[in-house]
Design a protein. Sequence first.
Length: 157
Amino acid sequence: MPGGVDSTDLKILSVLLRNARTPYSQIARMLNLGESTVYMRVRKLIEMGVLRAFTVDVDLSKLGFVVQAFVDIRAEPKRMGDILMQLKNMPWAVEVYEVSSEYPITARIIARDNIDLSEKIDTVARINGVKDIRVRYVLKVISNQVSTEFLAKLLKT
């Protein structure tokens, strides 16, 4: 497995993906490992940057953010860094990527409704250096996180 991660590490990650609050003692029992082994492996995964955070999965729609879109941005090359930083600092731009495309920046924007989304898109379009934008509305979210099924497939490779 690349990056020093083995099948035992992936099994531990699979448990933590289901519930990040699972105690090490419970993971140890589930995987037939020592609790100290689980602790050391989790610590290693954190130090390697594989496990970046113990977090929660928030349903943004339950908080009123029911509309989202991907905004692709064509930018002046010399302004790319500034545009990326401005987007990163907009709380409703929940994901920001630099990609290989004629639109080299993509941001996932969340909004409460279409009017709110339109205002946010206008804000993005007004950023200095933005030449053009293309908007892709999300109609239905099928999957948006690393799943335990993904890790199970990795275990089989």
